[in-house]
Design a binder for this molecule. Structure first.
Ligand code: NOJ
Length: 979
């Protein structure tokens, strides 16, 4: 018996492995649900359809009981009464609307009976009875201070109107019966809740046994379709649903807004499509249910590995947004229609309304509302709530070389040497699952990696780092202390019977750490202590994969929803935040392994993520394909991550599955050099494709792309610092930077890097050797080709640039910006630390430009104590603008942006005292400088010096430029250079 069962398991496992080892083609649709295969999705869509079909005769059965409404200390509380269909009773739903100091409003609805635990669960389930209310503990880290100055009035139409936000310019108009909320800014309605009447909270009810018992009268037939209430089967697994139906749904309308963005992760355009089947649109809602969807398809609303339920709606000069805080499976329908003649919408610029319909399987209704008006306002408020992008260690912005797998420690050293021989820079080499002994994490395969420390010493000698993979599944095998501890201390995720859940992943039979459990977190931390994980060093960093979690034999390749986590919450309730909790444990573990006095910023790459994951490290877009459409899709996907607060994102360069052609590989490096997270990765069955292996004619442009990345590292690091302190994305789409320019709202194949003014348009199609870049109507700034200084004047037009394969990604510099870079090619970023800087100044038409530079030690948390340099460079004229004849009135000044220097600032400055600016290049140089040979340099506390200026006339469409070589000014000091 045992033998045959083991045999069956083995067969099953081999078939899963074959699937995952890419012996099949394309995504397995049958593994993932469509809306009609998901009970609550079908029910919520059906409810919306019924309401829509009833037209004006539809009344939402939810009413705010006016007697219960009270407004105090920045919060409105009350009870919404739901009338059950057919008038068979009512349900009490406590409502809290919080008005936050930031101007954000938060609407939370719970269910009294479940809240009080006055329900019965089926099958004797030990699960919690409440709607899950713990997701905020993982996600929200600030910004919840209540606004004590709100003003409230109740009208005679049974409406409560709350004025809040900046200068009380925001209003929440809360209609009691039926319950709805209109959010207004400056008297205009921007966002409407339940205006369509699709609000739905599936209340708890006992299951009525509809089977007729012998000798008893037939029980009444249900008037509703209960077929998906109590049990649902998919892919051979039955979800026992002990809590019955519990979904929450709401229609959210953005009147006058044609574009909506966000809700990653999906492989589709940045401006989200409609989902109810009109021509050229999707017929499925966007789905958020973190899943291991390898070989995913392009242009679908199908779910992927991570979820950030933040949506921004945008029209000319106005951006608003909602954040749906719920970690259960979620779907979002989007429908656009011509603006209604609703008088409350009058004055709104746009002619299209976007109606969205959100529904989650369980949990609270908990929605944050952002009224903008700028994209920057939204991302700042959202980041205040969920945290800012981590400031990565500096090395992490360099190039990462990964493949499944580097097979021995000698292999690693060999690759490392070959990079050096080819003079190609890189910072990190990665080890996938094969470095372990039999997929047991916290071990090394002793045959192939006999000397991990020696290997890392080798890397260390030129400033390189190692990343190793550790996944959340723990191999179920004897003599493995990690699994013994997991089991004996009950640190794993349990099945519905509350026994440890066993499933299949890379190691075969496995258990999963329950990172929701504080005891599991403490244990996980201990595992990474250098003494417990020999072979690791302070330069060993981490990759957390498969954390959706991926369970090869589970429904939809993940865990059964009735599994149980710490605190007896069902997996259903927490699924989308599961990956975040695991990365949290690893992040904490990396902190814990260091001496508290010398902690370094952890680096963890995650595949699964949720809102808040941006605090913990980087993400990548999972198992893409070595195909042109995947290269193309990577840009909108990464842009979407960036506007959803998660800047540190990238896609596998080269494509994970398959073998890229030489051309694709080259184009992918050229594009990837502009991903915030820049890593090449390849499947175990693919050919070796380290850059130095490329044929002549290809290796050169790839090397150029890598060097370009390295020379721009000061600008990248400064942009990450901006993201870390303001939430503003590192990679920015056109609509974000130019919110008034409608022609850019749907563009997602060109983008800016931070505040640098660099406008990038990679080649993403086969055989293409030129690009058309759209230039927005910015009146006062030309764009200069980054490489040739060719000048383009933008005004809502498209310009054509050559982009031969043997060249580089087209990049323009927008006039008005100053860009810091470093020009000496080195093996790794660590070796560039004290290299001098070059400042590239791209002048606008008035001869002005501005830019920033942020520098710290690149690894520790000392910057939080002030150990950094933050300068603003300003190039301007003291005389009237546009006057090319005035000489000597232009100057470049370096100002200190440090708000309050500390003793740590002083000691950091000491370490940087010899780091200078070695070159200044002024692009768009003034004609008046022709014949000029010197500039006057004054550094704080030093004598005036004269330094040579070299003027170049440009011509034939090229801007004139001027170069100051070795002005000798120090990067940490204040100075002025008069031109
Ligand atoms: C799946 C990941 O997405 C992929 O990048 C990795 O190589 C494999 N797991 C093996 O660990």
């Amino acid at each position: 018996m045992f033998a045959s069962r083991a045999g069956a398991y083995l067969a099953l496992f081999v078939s899963f492995l074959l699937t995952f080892l890419n012996l099949v083609d394309g995504v397995k649709h049958e593994n993932f649900k469509t809306c009609d295969q998901s009970g609550f999705c079908t029910r919520n869509r059906g409810y919306a359809d019924k309401a829509a079909a009833s037209g004006s005769s539809w009344t939402s059965p939810y009413q705010l009981d006016s007697k219960t409404v009270s407004v105090r200390n920045g919060q409105l509380t009350g009870v919404i009464i739901k009338t059950i269909e057919n008038g068979s009773g009512t349900v009490r739903l406590p409502l809290v609307i919080s008005f936050l100091d930031s101007g954000v409003a938060r609407v939370t609805v719970d269910e009294e009976k479940r809240q009080k635990g006055e329900i019965e669960l089926r099958h004797g389930s030990p699960a919690r009875k409440e709607r899950y209310n713990g997701v905020q503990d993982w996600v929200i880290v600030g910004g919840l201070t209540l606004d004590q100055n709100i003003a409230e009035r109740t009208t005679d139409q049974d409406e409560t109107i709350v004025s809040y936000g900046p200068k009380k310019s925001f209003q929440a108009v809360i209609k009691h019966a039926p319950f709805s909320i209109d959010f207004r800014r400056d008297e205009e309605t921007q966002i409407k809740f339940n205006s369509k009447g699709w609000l739905s909270m599936e209340h708890w009810r006992p299951k009525v046994d509809r089977e007729q018992k012998e000798g008893e009268p037939a029980p009444p037939e249900s008037t509703e379709d209960e077929s998906t209430w109590w049990e649902e089967s998919f892919g051979g697994n039955t979800d026992t649903k002990p809590k019955g139906p519990e979904s929450v749904g709401l229609d959210i309308t953005f009147p006058g807004y044609e574009h909506v963005y966000g809700i990653p992760e999906h492989a589709g355009p940045l401006s989200l499509k409609q989902t109810r089947g009109s021509s050229g649109q999707y017929d499925q809602p966007y789905r958020l249910y973190n899943s291991d969807v390898f070989e995913y398809e392009m242009d679908t609303p199908m779910t992927l590995y991570g979820a950030i339920p933040l949506m921004q709606a945008h029209r000319k000069d106005s951006t608003v947004g909602v954040f749906w805080l719920n970690a259960a499976e979620t779907w979002i329908d989007i429908v656009k229609s011509k603006t209604s003649s609703n008088p409350l919408s009058l004055g709104i610029g746009g002619t299209t309304d976007t109606q969205t319909h959100w529904f989650s399987e369980s949990g609270l209704l908990d929605v944050f509302v952002f009224l903008g008006p700028t994209p920057k306002n939204i991302i700042q408020d959202y980041s205040e709530l969920t945290g800012y992008s981590q400031l990565p260690q500096h090395f992490a912005l360099g190039y990462h070389q990964c493949r499944w797998n580097y097979v021995t420690d000698e292999d690693v050293k060999d690759v490392d040497r070959k990079f050096d021989k080819a003079k190609i820079p890189y910072d990190v080499i990665w080890l996938d699952i094969e470095y372990t002994e039999g997929k047991k994490y916290f071990t090394w395969d002793k045959d192939n990696f006999p000397d991990p420390l020696g290997m890392q010493k080798h890397l260390d000698s030129h400033g390189r780092k190692l990343v190793i993979i550790v996944d959340p599944h723990i191999k179920n095998e004897g003599n493995y202390p990690v699994v013994d501890a997991l089991k004996s201390q009950n640190l794993g995720i349990n099945n519905k019977e509350n026994n440890i859940f066993e499933g299949w992943c890379w190691p075969g039979s496995s258990y999963w750490i329950d990172a929701f459990n504080p005891a599991a977190l403490a244990w996980w931390k201990s595992l990474f202590a250098y003494s417990n994980f020999p072979g690791t060093t302070p330069n060993t960093f981490l990759w957390n994969d498969m954390n959706e979690p991926s369970v090869f034999n589970g429904p939809e390749t993940t865990m059964p929803k009735d599994n149980l986590h710490f605190g007896n919450w069902e997996h259903r309730d927490v699924h989308n935040v599961n990956g975040l909790t695991f990365v949290n444990a690893t992040y904490e573990a990396l902190l814990a392994r260091d001496d508290p006095k010398h902690q370094r910023r952890p680096f963890v790459l995650t595949r699964s993520f949720y809102a808040g994951s941006q605090r913990q490290g980087a993400m990548w877009t999972g198992d893409n394909l070595a195909s042109w459409d995947h290269l193309e899709a990577s840009i909108p996907m990464i842009l979407n991550q960036n506007i959803a607060g998660f800047s540190f994102s990238g896609a596998d360069v080269g494509g994970f599955f398959g073998n890229p052609s030489k051309e694709l590989q080259t184009r992918w490096f050229q594009a990837g050099a502009f991903y915030p997270f820049f890593r090449a990765h390849a499947h175990i069955d693919s050919r070796r494709r380290e850059p130095y292996l490329e044929a002549s004619g290809y290796v050169e442009p790839i090397t150029q792309a890598l060097r370009l990345r390295y020379s721009l590292l000061p600008a990248w690091y400064t942009s990450f610092h901006t993201a870390h302190t303001t939430g503003e994305p590192v990679m920015r789409p056109m609509w974000y930077v130019h919110p008034s320019d409608e022609a850019g709202f749907a563009l997602d194949d060109q983008f800016y890097v931070g505040d640098t003014g660099l406008l990038v348009k990679p080649v993403l199609k086969e055989g293409v050797t030129s690009v058309d870049i759209y230039l927005p109507p910015t009146s006062n700034a030309p764009y200069y080709d980054y490489f040739t200084f060719e000048t383009y004047t933008g005004s809502g037009k498209t310009v054509h640039l050559d982009a031969p394969l043997q060249g580089h990604t087209p990049v323009l510099m927008q006039g008005g910006h100053i860009l810091p870079r470093k020009e000496r090619p080195r093996k790794s970023s660590a070796l560039m630390k004290f290299d001098p800087y070059t400042l590239v100044i791209a002048l606008d038409n008035a001869g002005r430009a501005e830019g920033e530079l942020y520098i710290d030690d690149g690894e520790s948390f000392e910057y939080q104590k002030g150990a950094y340099i933050h300068r603003r460079f300003r190039f301007s004229s003291s005389s009237s603008a546009d006057d090319n004849n005035k000489e000597n009135n232009f100057s470049l000044v370096s100002d200190d942006l440090h708000p309050a220097p500390t003793k740590q600032t002083t000691s950091f400055l000491k370490t940087m005292k010899d780091v200078r600016v070695e070159k200044i290049v002024v692009v768009g140089a003034l004609k008046a400088w022709e014949g000029k040979t010197e500039v006057v340099v004054t550094e704080d506390g030093e004598k005036e010096r004269k330094v040579a200026l070299q003027w170049n006339g440009g011509g034939r469409g090229k801007a004139a430029w001027a170069v100051v070589r070795d002005p000798g000014v120090r990067v940490g000091r204040g100075w002025r250079i008069a031109f």
